[in-house]
Design a protein around this ligand. Sequence first.
Ligand SMILES: NC(=O)c1ccc[n+]([C@@H]2O[C@H](COP(=O)([O-])OP(=O)(O)OC[C@H]3O[C@@H](n4cnc5c(N)ncnc54)[C@H](OP(=O)(O)O)[C@@H]3O)[C@@H](O)[C@H]2O)c1
Length: 248
Amino acid sequence: MALFNEENIFIVTGASSGIGKAVAKKLIEENAKVLAIARNSERLQLLERECSKPKNLFIETTDLTEHLVDMPSYLNFLKSKYGKFSGLAYCAGYIMLKPALTTEYEESLNLFNINYFAPVMMIKSFMDKRICIGKGASAVAVASATAFLREKGLCIYSGTKAALQVSLATIAKEVASKGMRVNTVSPSDIKTPMTMNDDMLNLRQGREKTYPFGFGEPNDVAEIVVFLLSNKAKWLTGHDYIIDCASF
Ligand SMILES: NC(=O)c1ccc[n+]([C@@H]2O[C@H](COP(=O)([O-])OP(=O)(O)OC[C@H]3O[C@@H](n4cnc5c(N)ncnc54)[C@H](OP(=O)(O)O)[C@@H]3O)[C@@H](O)[C@H]2O)c1
């Protein structure tokens, strides 16, 4: 039996690529409706062509960092267009691989804006009963295993993800009494355009050999995210789930 029905509509950010795209497809396979958000409309339209039920997919093209100060009104705008949301999967973001010594403030702030401030502002705004369904609502954000691996070159990126884990667990405590849940997932290396480009592969040569089952696929993350969004995970909140086969 499917996990959801067509009454359930989920926001998925980062839906034009990689992990977010896999989450959007999986939610639709499980009978839910999806509001897919990203900047690139061509890639969102490709998702529409590839997903199993295109009529259950809705698209909004935006740069999430433009809503940092008005996130409640942006979510209110989305609610008035699509109705109250059952859940939110925050999968937008990017990586900055650079030695700490050459890292500048402005690029660090830009990374924090999309990887930390946007998900925190979006999820705390989502957890308003005027925006989400209230009891049973669930939000999941993609953090990263780098938050605990302490890898060279990922000083700021890892910081955005460690901060995200802590802040979302704090929001989880604040909303638990209303029956709403918030979790993060922390994958290690997953094969997406973010990691499979020439720069990243050259800089991290030989890395895949350290993974007994090879690098992960976007679907390995999507399965866990969709489970956490569903009522099957009704007892789970405030935690980070490591998705990995190498760092145990
Ligand atoms: N791949 C991995 O190994 C891995 C491991 C751990 C954690 N993660 C995390 O997982 C998340 C997704 O990564 P991915 O590997 O799936 O990367 P990806 O394939 O490059 O996808 C990133 C997504 O984020 C969206 N995005 C980026 N900046 C945005 C902005 N300002 N406003 C709106 N959307 C924006 C992109 O869409 P547009 O370009 O269309 O806007 C795209 O859909 C990231 O937070 C990443 O840190 C990835």
